[in-house]
Design a protein around this ligand. Structure first.
Ligand code: 23J
Ligand code: MN
Length: 260
């Protein structure tokens, strides 16, 4: 059998399954709130053109308006000033949108401390147990935050001191960008940086270092609990928006399951 024939046969038998990591996209989808001195992104909105009515008797369709960074979405290198001369979302090579993923579960730590920051030592300890991070692949951080994604308030978890959500430490963000073999970092939260990262030095270090290194981000992922620590194949499919800094994306994972 050829590799692709083996894949389709495995999908037909159920020994390879497709898991949807995408949150539903609607006007209820939670969005990022930056400190008030900055411009803000837009919620997703549908505008009906016709619905089998006078405006189009046999068809239903909509226009939509959305921030590029709304819901489950892809961050391109040109999103950040450190990557301003690097790829827009339309220029990211398709070959980089299908890649292996490692899933690191820090949901216990994030439940105890919503400001949990992932450290390089913790990744190295994880590698000791599960093997090295995948070359050219993704590090996906499971924090349990997807359980909060039905509510803007619970998802952003903000109080008088700002949002409290987990993310990488400054040194971890630098290491992921400059030393690790991964090309992207994916999270369950509203952004790849921690909620408190507006006050870090540098500000938003994950964006600063990852995009400066030509690497990618993925946010608001769901169902990471269904993935193994190693061995899943991630398919990240952002819209090919010319000059875009990112895009809502359908994100799928192929996983090996039980033979049927
Ligand atoms: C702009 C500024 C800060 C952040 C973000 C965007 C995101 O999280 C994003 O969606 O890229 S933290
Ligand atoms: Mn983004």
């Amino acid at each position: 059998m050829t590799p692709l024939a083996a894949l389709t046969a495995a999908m037909a038998s159920g020994s390879v399954k497709v898991i949807d990591l995408t949150a539903p996209l609607s006007s209820d989808t939670p969005i990022l709130r930056l400190p008030e001195q900055f411009g803000q992104t837009a919620t997703f909105e549908l505008e009906e053109i016709s619905a089998y009515d006078d405006r189009g008797p046999a068809w239903y369709w909509n226009n939509f308006r959305t921030g590029e960074h709304t819901g489950t979405h892809f961050d391109a290198p040109n999103h950040w000033v450190t990557g301003r001369d690097s790829d827009d979302v339309a220029s990211v090579p398709a070959s980089r949108l299908v890649a292996p993923a490692a899933v690191l579960d820090f949901s216990t730590e994030a439940a105890e401390d919503p400001d949990f920051l992932l450290k390089v030592d913790q990744i190295k300890a994880w590698e000791g147990e599960h093997g090295p991070l995948p070359e050219g692949g993704w590090l996906l951080l499971r924090t349990g935050w997807d359980a909060r994604s039905a509510s803007q308030e619970a998802f952003l978890n903000a109080d008088g001191t700002g949002p409290h959500t987990p993310g990488p430490s400054v040194e971890c963000a630098r290491w992921l960008a400059e030393e690790s073999p991964v090309i992207g970092f994916g999270v369950e939260t509203v952004g790849t940086d921690a909620g408190a990262a507006a006050g870090f030095e540098p500000m938003f270090p994950c964006h600063t270092f990852m995009h400066g290194a030509g690497k990618y981000g993925l946010t608001q992922l769901r169902n990471l609990a269904l993935l193994p620590p190693q061995g899943a194949v991630l398919v990240a499919a952002p819209l090919r928006i010319v000059r875009g800094s990112g895009s809502p994306a359908r994100v799928l994972a192929l996983v090996e399951g039980d033979e049927v």
